[in-house]
Design a protein around this ligand. Structure first.
Ligand SMILES: *Cc1c(COP(=O)(O)O)cnc(C)c1O
Length: 358
């Protein structure tokens, strides 16, 4: 599942001419935004076999009052997915693949949300799931995994170490399916980007602000916007703004120092536990997306993250700390967003990790 040369995740390519022929434009334009509407951009041929629990189709909420110098400011509320985070988009596709390939068990390393998401979709599809988690994972997320009857293995190492354990377990068990930030997940996650464009009537925002953990979400959103342009559905690209936590910023460091490699951070700690990925598997792809889109990469402190979380909450939008990272970045980005149309992705539900709320 990784490139033998650079150790990065693999990337899927399509025949876009055939996608253009497949999408019936009238129908495509009329259908409500929802995850499987964009199936032509995913590696599935048989829609009768998809595993779906109604993922995607999440609200794009107008919160321009929270960023008044922007022309328009929207929050894409990914907490509205079946397990409370955007991870369900990738899990729906991964578990679809696992079922089609006749696998019996999904194995995954997770900082929490991906594990609960894979556990839910696996349980729904009648597969077993085994989740390897580092100590940093929020307690509620472990409970959520247990609710979906996942088998849990706690490691004393960090997330990068948990990933190695998962990869090794799958290598020795042909009935298992390795879930995680590998190519299928990115292909499923792209639908966040498709939906944003769709919900804006195919007018592309000036900037999309995204938290970076493994970097998969940022890369997926960028890939989605590129594919919409390649197939002639849209005619512009957004700037990608990536945001990392101060205490776990390997991608932002590479951005600032103009490196072409990511220097891993060992055992990262931040209140935004969902993005505590010290050795991000799609870090280089996220960096590439930011550079290609003429965007920026920035860091926010734990304090700024929690303040952003509280501000969203007091405006009716409850997110976990990682879910507020993009908004914290939007507030910090300052003048550069003046008179721009800005979307930030609120990635996970507040009930998953209520750190510091009394
Ligand atoms: C996974 C996750 C992220 C980070 O996404 P990556 O694809 O790992 O960069 C951010 N916020 C939440 C809530 C997540 O679950």
């Amino acid at each position: 599942m990784r490139c033998p040369k650079c150790n990065s995740a693999l990337d899927a390519e399509y025949d876009y001419k055939s996608i253009q022929r497949t999408i019936l434009m009238d129908e495509f334009m009329r259908e409500c935004p929802n995850h499987w509407k964009y199936w032509a951009f995913m590696p599935v041929g048989d829609l009768s076999r998809i595993v779906t629990m109604g993922e995607g189709g999440t609200p794009l909420i107008d919160l321009t009052r929270l960023l008044p110098h922007a022309k328009k400011f929207f929050v894409k509320y990914e907490a509205a997915n079946p397990t409370g985070s955007f991870k369900d988009r990738g899990s729906a596709l991964e578990i679809t693949k696992a079922v089609i390939w006749g696998r019996k068990r999904a194995v995954i390393a997770s900082t929490g949300n991906m594990g609960s998401s894979v556990a839910a979709f696996a349980a729904f599809a009648r597969l077993k799931s085994r989740i390897i988690i580092p100590e940093i994972v929020a307690q509620n997320k472990i409970i959520q995994m247990k609710a979906y009857s996942a088998e849990i293995e706690l490691t004393s190492g960090d997330y990068a170490y948990a990933m190695k354990i998962a990869e090794n377990q799958v290598r020795s068990d042909p009935e298992s399916f390795l879930a995680g930030d590998y190519p299928w997940r990115c292909e499923g996650t792209k639908t966040v980007g498709f939906e944003i464009a769709d919900q804006m009537y195919w007018r592309v925002p000036d900037a999309v602000i995204v938290p970076i953990g493994n970097g998969t979400l940022l890369w997926s959103v960028w890939k989605a916007f590129r594919e919409l342009m390649i197939t002639g559905i849209t005619d512009a690209l957004p700037r990608m703004i990536g945001v990392q936590a101060e205490r776990c910023g390997p991608v932002v460091r590479a951005w600032e120092e103009q490196f072409n490699t990511i220097v891993p951070i060992k055992d990262p700690r931040t209140v935004a536990s969902a993005i505590a990925c010290g050795d991000p598997i799609d870090g280089l792809l996220a960096l590439k997306a930011i550079r290609e889109s003429e965007g920026v990469c920035m860091r926010v402190t734990d304090e700024e993250i929690l303040m952003a979380r509280d501000e969203l909450g007091s405006n009716g939008v409850f997110v976990e700390p990682s879910g507020a990272v993009a908004f914290a970045g939007a507030k910090k980005a300052g003048d550069s967003l003046d008179q721009k149309t800005v979307v930030c992705i609120a990635t996970g539900h507040g009930l998953k990790d209520m750190y510091g709320i009394e």
